[in-house]
Design a protein around this ligand. Sequence first.
Ligand code: TXA
Ligand code: MG
Length: 329
Amino acid sequence: MARIMGTDEQAVRTAAIVLAEGKLVAIPTETVYGLAADATNGEAVASIFEAKGRPHFNPLICHVSDVSMAERYAVIDPQSRRLIDAFWPGPLTLVLPLKADTAIHPLVAAGLDTIALRMPRGVAGKIIAALDRPLAAPSANTSGKISGTSAPAVEDDLGARIALILDAGPSEVGLESTIVKVDGDAVQLLRPGGLAAEDIEAFIGKKLERIDQRSAIEAPGMLASHYAPAAGVRLNVHEVREGEALLAFGPVRASGAALAAASLNLSEAGNLREAAANLFDYMKRLDRLGSAVIAVEPIPFNGLGEAINDRLVRAAAPRIPSMTVEQIK
Ligand code: TXA
Ligand code: MG
């Protein structure tokens, strides 16, 4: 059982001390809960992979408390800097060239010469500032499972393997951060997420280049079968089959909705922000009821709908056994 604290000053101090000892702390961020370790401590970072059961070649996002901390570790080009000024703190991660000889342990970037950096909102920033070191933190869940968006969900999944969880209530955004990389004149979208691609496009005045990382071996966090619940997942459902669990969206129900064994509506009003915040929690709740299939009503692709659909497609993908992942490695 992990110790659970709130987010007051004592909790921040305790988290910083536990992290400085090289132990893991689950910390709330506005996107999802993170399983955090001191990014300069190789053994601590390795224990993230251990706790998650995640293959080692997956590079992790590194969380900073401010821009000057980011500048210690990465080379920030002018376009990335504009994005940082516009969207930090917030659900935007930038992939940047890693400075040579930084204190960040090479395991964090899985040996790449780039580093994914973000500045989260909320108490995480205070913990990082107190520690005065960046935190490597993937989502707080075992590999392949749905990301933790509340302290009880994290405790359920990882409580036996971590020292401390800070509880700030349900995550505000509910989806992982959007990952972009500036490449010359282009800005690439590496992972859709909690900051809508359109918001970035409106700011930079052009389209993002959508990179399909789905088959990229160096980023198995993007493996198709990520985010898998135990139940099968059927997408874009207009007709519910008897006994399915229904993940609904909006005011209008699919036909046969009354035949569902259970149903939860991501957003009665059809609000994508609300739907994003509920997504992982509702998938978990429906999964727990034991139906063989979760049927998902169509979700529009605009705004945060792009990231919601991305996560749903992964949840619906054929399951890749961990053996295969090991073989890829
Ligand atoms: O919202 C979030 O981003 C959450 C919270 C906890 O902050 N964190 C999160 O981190 O999702 P993580 O470590 O699971 O994200 C890893 C993904 C990888 O699958 C890969 O796609 C991308 O970040 N990534 C990390 N480093 C990269 C790099 N150097 N180049 C390209 N992609 C990278
Ligand atoms: Mg994750």
